[in-house]
Design a protein around this ligand. Structure first.
Ligand code: HEC
Length: 258
């Protein structure tokens, strides 16, 4: 028997056992291949066989795995957080979510279209796939969860799945209709202290270094001229006042000690 035939023979045998046990994973195959490296072509076939053993992506499981992404991504169209909304990425060019202004040049110029293959590489090791991108995410080593996430994102794009009713991530608080405890009536600065008077009539004092001044110009942000105080609650020592736009900040704050 020639060497070629021999290796095919052994590949058939091993593939038989893959089918019967169905527990052969990529890592095991690679180890086995190092071990039987003389049968190079058997290894190629084996690698292919091991890919088959990984079940197709499951969107339900993917939805749960998406909790790893929630800190930075929403699947609501147009809701951009640290990262772009992933609502309609399937089949779309990377770096083109409408209204997301913080893409790296690397991602924008990558010339990648999102599908099973490209998402798999991105989720495995985005730095390796698109060097210079700015997603701070370490990657997912196992193939199955990557496929599940991919299936979930595909289902989202097809309108078959959302996270509504299930898990939610950074739920951006809707600041449009704040309660009287949160809506800021006036804000003054004296010495090293901010005095925030809310619509319910109470005044809260903050050391200036502990109060952040933020803006949210999205649909979830406060109405113009009606800033809102948010944060660790009034008991906490840190908070933020959110304004509709940056030019409101200095005009709203009075420099006054009485
Ligand atoms: C720490 C924040 C963070 C986490 C966590 C994160 N991402 Fe991202 N993601 C980003 C940022 C920022 C970008 C844009 C990167 C750039 O422009 O280089 C991005 C880009 C993407 C893109 C490309 C989108 C487009 O419009 O082309 C995909 C797809 C993606 N992320 C999927 C995921 C998935 C799935 C997870 C969870 C497994 C995840 N990300 C976790 C921040 C994050």
């Amino acid at each position: 028997m020639s060497a070629k035939n021999k290796s095919h023979e052994s590949a058939r045998n091993v593939m038989g056992s893959v089918a019967s046990t169905a527990v052969l994973f990529d890592g095991a195959v690679r180890r086995a291949c190092r071990f039987i490296s003389s049968f190079a072509s058997a290894c190629v076939i084996l690698m292919a066989a091991s890919q088959v053993v990984v079940a197709a992506g499951d969107a339900e499981r993917g939805a749960k795995l998406f909790r790893n992404c929630l800190a930075c991504h929403s699947v609501e169209a147009g809701q951009h957080l640290t990262g772009p909304s992933l609502a309609n990425i399937w089949g779309r060019k990377a770096g083109t979510a409408k209204g997301f202004m913080r893409y790296s040049d690397a991602l924008k110029n990558a010339g990648v279209v999102w599908n099973e293959q490209t998402l798999d590489k991105w989720l495995k090791d985005s730095r390796d796939f698109i060097p210079g991108n700015e997603m701070s995410f370490s990657g997912i080593k196992e193939q199955q969860p990557r496929q599940d996430l991919s299936a979930f994102l595909k289902a989202v794009s097809e309108g078959k799945k959302s996270l509504a009713g299930g898990m939610t991530g950074i739920v951006k608080i809707n600041l449009r209709n704040p309660n009287p405890q949160s809506e800021v009536k006036s804000l003054r600065h004296c010495g090293d202290t901010y005095f925030i008077t809310t619509v319910d009539g109470r005044t809260h004092k903050f050391w200036e270094f502990n109060l952040r001044l933020k803006t949210d110009s999205s649909d979830y942000g406060p109405a113009p001229g009606r800033p809102v105080v948010v944060g660790t609650g009034m008991q906490g020592d840190r908070s933020a006042v959110v304004f509709a736009s940056p030019n409101e900040i200095s005009s709203f704050i009075r420099q006054e000690c009485q």
